[in-house]
Design a binder for this molecule. Structure first.
Ligand SMILES: [Zn+2]
Length: 952
């Protein structure tokens, strides 16, 4: 079967018959099962990792639907934020915010809105081709006004709880994008980089040649230095080096200094506190002069608790505006707060050789070092390798920068977040206390505002005297708006339009703060905003019909992304966790384990894979290759082997069934041991599959389905071939009915995972519903789970394997019949029905059973009698092959011709009856010339010719 072609037919069939819609409309006696779609952004093409996540997203809802649940699956699109803005900036050739503002925010946002649909068609085609059933006709879209209105409602709830606040503090800031980043965004952008580190000499005031050494990995912050911090209790030494006297922590001596050093003085850090030093750069002092900040005391040594002797010199360079600890310390002791760097990451005018230059530029660090060296203030420089955060979207080095931002007090909710996390079922389970738990235990306040354009506007308005209003709905906005014409029915709540809306309350005017919300807030609020809650569907969400999600699945990096913001928002709203069960997926790498990238040229196109091998194949591969949480090395060769081993074999079994199926086959109480065995095996499979899926265990489930295919084919069908072709009608019918039952149940078990092939198989075995996906999940027939027969059959197969190995060792082919095998079995009993299977499979005449440790001993003695019997079997095989070649059917009777040496003729005559019966011959001729249809072959060193003529 050409699987990809077959899948296209199935897709057409689903379309024509509206099968997905029908699965949503069918009765759901179990009630609702809630699934949330984590929204992708359609401004990039879907990749193979999306095939992974969509495969996992799809299987559980299909399973639950078959179990009788109603599983609403609303598609969603994430449309705001930096990913979109940067894409448009690239298109327009912009490098920063100034160009956007010049271009016009309205025009810029219009382009953003358009750009998010660039690959919508690809996404839809991909989603459909993969067989991921989700309602693409009625998706939630995060830029829609009603979606934004729900988000505003959420913000207002947070506001009213006093959890949203504005603060001036050092925050991670992307100088290129000109905006704050939250800790969860930051955690997605760490990169190992080599930076220049500097140990600078700070000259003490009034003493010649005496310096304090301080170290930094961000030389660009040195001009902003306003203090040096020491540990009060730490030991410091003054050493002599050449003409210089240098202060540093004693504990750092051996790391910082080479060779012998002369210690001149040793003191506790406390003794250094208060000493003044000369500013490293005079321009800092000049620029501050005359300002309020210039009045504050700076450039002296102060104590701080965070100073250690782990790295550097044990003296911490303090640039209040560019470090979180520095800022806190500066606040405590009243250091001046003065920016030398603008929000766009460039130095202000008046900073000598640095003016106008970008802080993250490596040449800036080099020039600072050169300048220090020139002035005799450089002690050392080195390459320093460390993991440093970069903007998750534009890859620019993040800087720490003091400024105003809006925060949500997540740190206050830490305990509740942990309590809610404890209720979530994580797959893999170690995420709960590991990656996610760790994150929550360290949770920081959410840096919530972005100084950007294309996003959900922060619904905060400020008056000139600092009063603030938070708006929680469009009605509220309309009520307060000074100019109501700006907020008509069709108003666009985006920037810049909303910026023009001035509010009036108690005679005071309020202007909107310019920020937008963190885009991760959009998707984290989808449980409510996708239903325009609470303005619509309030009852459905509050009653539990649509909330919380029973199941979600995304890649593992979402522990800092969507998994986190979903929980953050639900916790902010005082609700229980927005999801109950979650499967976290590992990343997809190339076959060698390398990250896929355009530059390496190792990107696997999901559509191409599906065209080549089929969607079922891609899905099955993702489910079975390893555990969901592990990284997956995508290996096309393994995928195609898997198709053959599973789907190919399954379809061979299905063809075998079709060839022999005769009309309606009723299942009867199984009597034959093979039937009893496979039905026990099948029902056990149903039990285990159901249990596992209810526990969100996918890999073992699908692997077991594969095992069943193997057992069904290589044991049940193989050993039942003779029954199906035999003359015992009762037994033949039983075998066919059993096989049909197996395939019918199996088609339903595999439906969540390989939805296309399951459909085809279901139809082949006469499934009565319009689609396998409209049928019910199989019930277990407990009475058929016969553990005895399962154990005995395992023993039987183990024995067979041993005996066949023995034959190979001895070089006696299976077609040569042997007289007996003696098998040892712990119980000492081995029923005739199992013995019969052994006899047939390993081709011996007798099975002798003994009590003892499991084993088998094959009698390899070849008597003339056995050789004759083996010879006859070969004749039969050759005659039947010739009959098939010539095109005879079972209706055609023949006169058989045999010629060969005396031993051969004796064998033919001794076993004449078997020979004639097995070849559908009426007569045997052993003399004269061979007839027209004949063939010669060698067996046991005898030249034999067989042939026949048809009897009219
Ligand atoms: Zn950036």
């Amino acid at each position: 079967m050409n699987f990809p072609e077959n899948e296209k037919e199935v897709l057409n069939y689903w379309d024509e018959k509206n099968i997905f819609k029908k699965t949503l409309e069918k009765p759901a006696p179990q009630g609702s099962f809630v699934f949330y779609e984590g929204p992708p952004t359609a401004n990039g093409k879907p990749g193979i990792h999306h095939a992974e996540s969509r495969a996992f997203k799809d299987c559980i809802p299909r399973f639950k639907t078959m179990q009788g649940y109603n599983v609403v699956r609303k598609a969603g699109w994430d449309t705001h934020g930096l990913p979109v803005e940067i894409e448009v900036e690239k298109q327009l050739g912009f490098t920063g915010k100034a160009e956007i503002e010049e271009y016009g925010i309205d025009k810029f946002n219009a382009r953003c809105k358009e750009s998010v649909w660039t690959y919508k068609g690809d996404w839809e085609a991909f989603t459909k081709r993969l067989g991921y059933w989700v309602d693409l006709d009625d998706p939630y879209i995060t830029y829609k006004p009603e979606y934004i209105e729900s988000l505003w409602w959420v913000v207002k709830q947070v506001w009213e709880k006093g959890l949203l606040y504005k603060d001036y503090r050092v925050t991670p800031h992307c100088p290129r994008c000109g905006t704050s980043l939250s800790s969860h965004e930051l955690s997605q952008g760490y990169k190992d980089v080599k930076d220049l580190s500097v140990t600078a000499k700070f000259k003490l005031v009034g003493i010649d040649n005496e310096y304090v050494l301080a170290w930094t990995t961000t030389p660009w912050t040195l001009p902003g230095n306003v203090g040096l911090a020491v540990g009060k209790e730490l030991d410091y030494v003054k050493i002599k080096q050449g003409d210089d006297l240098l202060w540093l922590a004693k504990g750092r001596l051996s790391d910082v200094m080479e060779g012998d050093v002369e210690i001149v003085e040793e003191v506790k850090g406390e003794a250094l506190v208060g000493k003044e030093y000369e500013p490293l750069y005079p321009f800092m002092q000049e620029l501050m002069e005359g300002t309020e900040e210039g009045e504050k005391k700076a450039w002296y040594i102060m104590p701080a608790d965070f100073v250690t002797t782990e790295d550097g010199t044990g003296v911490v360079h303090t640039a209040v505006m560019y470090g979180a600890d520095d800022f806190t310390l500066g606040n405590e002791v009243g250091l001046p707060k003065f920016h030398l760097v603008k929000l766009d990451g460039t130095y202000i005018d008046g900073t000598a050789f640095l003016a106008g230059r970008f802080v993250a530029d490596e040449q800036v660090a080099i020039d600072i070092i050169k300048d220090l060296a020139h002035r005799g203030l450089l002690f050392a420089k080195a390459k320093y390798e460390h993991s440093y955060p970069h903007c998750w979207r534009c890859k620019t080095k993040v800087i720490y920068y003091a400024k105003d931002s809006w925060y949500i007090r997540m740190s206050e909710l830490r305990d509740e977040l942990l309590r809610q996390n404890a209720t979530i079922h994580w797959e893999p389970s170690h995420i709960q206390d590991g990656r996610f738990g760790e994150w929550l235990r360290e949770v920081k306040d959410w840096a919530f505002s972005r100084e950007r354009y294309w996003g959900t506007p922060l619904p905060i308005w400020e008056s000139e005297d600092g009063d603030r209003l938070c708006v929680g709905s469009f009605d509220e906005l309309r009520e307060l708006a000074k100019d109501k014409t700006l907020v008509g029915e069709t108003f666009d709540p985006h920037r810049p339009f909303v910026d023009d809306v001035v509010l009036v309350k108690d005679g005071k005017e309020f202007k909107r703060v310019p920020d937008v919300c963190d885009v991760w807030f959009d998707s984290g609020s989808m449980p409510y905003a996708q239903w325009h809650y609470p303005f619509e569907n309030k009852e459905l969400v509050d009653s539990g019909e649509l909330y919380p999600a029973d199941y979600i699945s995304e890649a593992i990096d979402q522990t800092r992304g969507w998994f986190y913001t979903l929980l953050a928002v639900s916790t902010l709203l005082g609700r229980k966790s927005a999801y109950k069960n979650v499967i976290c997926l590992g990343h997809v790498l190339d076959a060698e384990g390398k990250k896929m990238s355009k530059s390496l040229g190792n990107i696997v196109e999901p559509m191409e894979m599906m065209e080549k091998h089929g969607a079922d194949a891609v899905r099955w591969y993702m489910y079975t290759i390893n555990q969901p949480g592990e990284s997956k090395r995508f290996d096309e060769k393994m995928l195609s082997d898997m198709v053959r081993q599973n789907f190919g074999i399954l379809m061979n079994v299905a063809s075998f069934y079709e060839m022999f199926a005769e009309g309606e086959v009723a299942t009867t109480e199984p009597t034959h041991v093979l039937d009893r065995w496979i039905l026990a095996r099948l029902n056990k499979l149903v039990t285990e599959t159901t249990e596992r899926l209810e526990g969100y265990v996918i890999t073992e489930t699908v692997r077991e389905l594969g095992e069943f295919i193997t057992d069904l084919s290589t044991w049940y069908v193989r050993r039942s071939r003779d029954r199906v072709k035999g003359e015992d009608v009762q037994d033949r019918m039983a075998a066919i009915a059993t096989l049909r039952e197996c395939l019918h149940v199996f088609s339903r078990l595999m439906a969540p995972f390989a939805p296309f092939l399951a459909e085809t198989l279901y139809k082949k075995v006469g499934g009565t519903e319009e689609s396998v996906h409209l049928d019910t999940w199989p019930n277990v027939n407990q009475s058929l789970i016969d553990e005895e027969v399962l154990t005995r059959m395992d023993e039987t197969r183990a024995i067979v394997t041993k005996v066949l190995e023995r034959r190979v060792e001895a070089g006696v082919p299976v077609k040569q019949v042997l007289s007996s095998v003696t098998i040892c079995i712990p119980s000492g009993t081995f029923a005739e029905e199992y013995q019969a299977l052994v006899r047939a499979e390993v081709n011996v005449k007798d099975v002798i059973v003994k009590k003892g440790e499991m084993g088998a001993d094959l009698d390899l003695t070849l008597t003339p009698e056995l050789i004759r019997e083996g010879t006859v079997r070969e004749m039969i095989r050759n005659v039947n092959a010739l009959r098939k070649n010539v095109g005879l059917t079972i209706e055609d009777k023949i006169e058989l011709y045999v010629s060969g040496p005396e031993e051969v003729m004796k064998a033919a005559l001794d076993y004449q009856e078997t020979l004639l019966h097995s070849t559908l011959a009426d007569l045997l001729r052993t003399d004269g010339e061979p007839p027209e249809h004949h063939a010669s072959f060698t067996v046991n060193e005898f030249e034999i010719t067989i042939g026949f003529v048809t009897i009219k």
